[in-house]
Write a protein that binds this ligand. Structure first.
Ligand code: MG
Length: 252
């Protein structure tokens, strides 16, 4: 099932599921018990919100061989983790704000992200998928000049609006071989499959859960394939993943 989070003029956040051109409201808790109601909304009357509200966004660097090669880096022996702050999260349709005051090179990075469904601590790889609620698209927006300048990734990856996520979370998906593409102004710039991940989704969930407790709603972004490149103000950027949909944002 696909679910999304949205608000209308009353600013109340609701969960819904796309159904025949409408959005049907979900009642209850998407991490627990919920039901699909008869209450529908027109997509034109809602504003999408990020589909979940994580306590943390854990991202993985250099998790596709071709991207490691394009960055001139050795393949990692263990997953390379960093954190994007919750304040970097934006929804499908929201604007990526270019931090002109500090950076002059901001890249898109299209990535498969997963949403944690229940608390995961010291989870083994074979059971890791039981802790995943579903999958979504994430754009790991990166100030590449600052990444090169700083030792830490916090500034380069952490500006407000640098984590577009959505438009939906798909709960019934095998993450093992999904086509992933990123388009800049309609031109395909990245194209790969999640079968090329160096560290698989179960491996990542297990590994991260042995570092920090993953909580319901937390997001893990699995890394980007080759083809990263810069965006400028006015650009349209789209991340498309098979079985999920297209995450669209504009750069301001
Ligand atoms: Mg990335």
């Amino acid at each position: 099932m696909k679910f999304l989070r949205f608000e209308t003029h009353d600013k109340k956040a609701r969960y819904g599921t796309p159904a025949y051109g409408k959005i049907r409201e979900l009642e209850g808790d998407v991490f627990g018990k919920f039901r699909i109601t008869e209450h529908t909304f027109d997509p034109e009357e809602v504003r999408l919100l990020p589909p979940v509200t994580p306590t943390k966004i854990v991202a993985v660097g250099l998790n596709y061989k071709d991207h490691a090669i394009e960055m001139g880096r050795e393949l990692p022996e263990e997953p390379r983790l960093f954190i994007k702050p919750g304040t970097s999260l934006i929804a499908h349709g929201d604007k990526i704000i270019y931090p002109n005051h500090m950076s002059s090179h901001v890249d898109y990075e299209g990535e498969l992200a997963l949403v944690i469904g229940k608390e995961a601590k010291h989870v083994e790889e074979r059971e890791a998928l039981d802790y995943v609620l579903g999958y979504t698209c994430l754009n790991d927006v990166t100030a590449r000049d600052l990444q090169a300048k700083d030792i830490q990734f916090t500034r380069a990856k952490g500006f407000d609006t640098f984590a577009p996520v959505g438009p939906v979370v798909e709960t019934e998906l095998d993450p093992g071989d999904l086509e992933i593409s990123t388009y800049l102004n309609g031109e395909r710039k990245q194209h790969s499959s999640t079968r090329n991940l160096l560290f698989s989704v179960p491996r990542l969930v297990s590994f991260i859960s042995k570092v920090m407790t993953l909580l319901p709603g937390d997001i893990v972004s699995t890394g980007t394939p080759a083809g990263v490149g810069p965006m400028k103000s006015g650009d349209k950027v789209e991340v498309e993943i098979e079985g999920i949909g297209i995450l669209t944002n504009y750069v301001e």
